[in-house]
Design a protein around this ligand. Sequence first.
Ligand SMILES: Cc1cc2nc3c(=O)[nH]c(=O)nc-3n(C[C@H](O)[C@H](O)[C@H](O)COP(=O)(O)OP(=O)(O)OC[C@H]3O[C@@H](n4cnc5c(N)ncnc54)[C@H](O)[C@@H]3O)c2cc1C
Length: 377
Amino acid sequence: MSRVNGPVDVVIVGGGVMGSAAAWRLAARGRRVTLLEQFERGHHRGASHGSSRIYRQAYDGQFHTALAARALPLWRQLEETTGTRLLDLTGAVDHGLPDAVHAKARSLTELGIDHTLLTPDQAEQRWPGIRFDTTVLFHPDAGRLHADRAVAALQQAAADAGAEVRHTSGVRLIRETTGGVEVVLDDTVIYARHVVVAAGAWTRTLLDAADLTARPVLPPLRTTQEQPAHFVPVSDADWPSFVHHRGAQLTGEGIYGLGSIDGIKIGEHGTGPQVDPDTRSFVADPGGVERLVEYARTWLPGVDADSARVDTCLYTTTPDSNFVVDRTGTVTVAAGFSGHGFKFGPAIGELVADLADGIATAPEPFRFGSRQQVGVS
Ligand SMILES: Cc1cc2nc3c(=O)[nH]c(=O)nc-3n(C[C@H](O)[C@H](O)[C@H](O)COP(=O)(O)OP(=O)(O)OC[C@H]3O[C@@H](n4cnc5c(N)ncnc54)[C@H](O)[C@@H]3O)c2cc1C
């Protein structure tokens, strides 16, 4: 084994959206950063691949709404820095259970974020591809992020700011040493003052094996294989991002969706089977696909319901769906993004950078420790 030349300030483990965002924000501050990803560039084995993710600010409570709002100028800054279009503001719609819709409207009102309540008829005139349920909330500063391009742009911006970005570089062990940590790869040991673990579904295994005096206490992290489907649109109508909250006319699972370059994407939130990220099948559950087809047939007149094309992706979920972004000793952890983290990417990167620099403490909802099952969205 050989040791790399000189120590770095921060090694980041995990080249998904969170590790890449942390690499960008730390490198932009002038820190010497190495980002390590176990798989090849653009791989499809984690949580951050594909052509689309919803960007929205409508959450229950001000904390997540404010965090999403904070991410918006950072996404725009990333677009400018890299010359890449990443975020299309198509607007977003919540509909269905009135309590769920009004709770989100309240957060937007409290933070002065533009929004409108519509009747289903008004909404159907505006977005004829969707049949709306009961109560409709629209907010315009929302839409669609291009996920693959966003991860590539974050890594490019990190590299342009001086970070070393390495793929096919799996970390085998993290161990504490005098004044820092050693990050052990197959053929190299990297010495760093601090390590950030943003390893998605692999986070617990890596931290359980780590040799550290101050050990992070993680909440339970549940990894599931989820399966969104894309449908072919039947017209060129506009599509907002949307969440259909169950409980009014919708009796099954809540559904999210959006228009993307791959078609109209819809999915259930966190209903997939629990899996091991290294041995999962990548095969979609036929019952779940049938539910999405049935949903499209009933609620999406703007798609060909017989055209479903299914992909798989990982959720790593905490009991209360709040993220884990906290620091102890020489380790900062960014994990447990519970199927709704992408939109916050650069804001989480900024928080990780503050934690690694020792200039902030974790906000209460993101702290280590066990969690109650309450849900946030
Ligand atoms: C189907 C689906 C739809 C979603 N829709 C939305 C949405 O609309 N809006 C939204 O905001 N969010 C959405 N999300 C959630 C969002 O995509 C995730 O929260 C986010 O991508 C999590 O990123 P991550 O960096 O934590 O994890 P990952 O992308 O999994 O990255 C972790 C990385 O760490 C690497 N790694 C692990 N162990 C090691 C090691 N030992 N050495 C080196 N590298 C290692 C892995 O290979 C992986 O690349 C969705 C997720 C899914 C699955």
